[in-house]
Design a protein around this ligand. Structure first.
Ligand code: FES
Ligand code: FES
Length: 159
């Protein structure tokens, strides 16, 4: 079978793989690298469950060919914590109960991180806009929204 060689950075570590050219980034993460914190919901760009950061920008990993990450940097939910310490966004979602089943949560947290990296003091509308691509079937969004607000406050205290 034809394969392609890729070199990239995943959660701060250099990685090298040889994979079939049609592999998606989502498949690479879950099936080849065992990073199963990234979830597959719809599989075609509608739900945001598979959201990861590619060079600091959120993407739906089900829509990205793994070949596109050659030479680039990917961050998944597994890459947010520092040692045993959760990232402030992760901690805020725990403190504010911003999840129920948790299936959407990795994607929501990464969208939140990307938002707060770019805009530390988002308005309510900007939070809604940033999370518009992340569907949650459980929470009704109120707790998610409160978690993002708490994360912004927590990060402000860290600055
Ligand atoms: Fe990728 Fe739904 S699984 S957007
Ligand atoms: Fe269940 Fe969001 S917490 S889908």
């Amino acid at each position: 079978m034809k394969t392609i060689d890729l070199r990239f950075t995943i959660n701060g570590a250099k990685e090298r793989v040889s994979i079939p050219p049609h592999r998606t980034l989502l498949e690479l993460l879950r099936d080849d690298l065992q990073l199963i914190g990234t979830k597959e919901g719809c599989g075609h760009g509608e739900c945001g469950a598979c959201t990861v950061m590619l060079d600091g920008v959120t993407v739906n990993s089900c829509l990205v060919l793994a070949a596109e990450i050659d030479g680039r940097s990917v961050t998944t939910i597994e890459g947010l914590r520092s040692g045993d310490k959760l990232h402030p966004v992760q901690q805020a979602f725990i403190d504010e109960s911003g999840y129920q089943c948790g299936f959407c949560t990795s994607g929501v947290i990464l969208s939140t991180k990307a938002l707060l990296d770019a805009n530390p003091h988002p308005s309510d509308d900007e939070i809604r806009q940033a999370l518009a691509g992340n569907f949650c079937r459980c929470t009704g969004y109120t707790k998610i929204f409160e978690s993002v607000q708490a994360a912004a406050k927590g990060l402000e205290g860290d600055r």
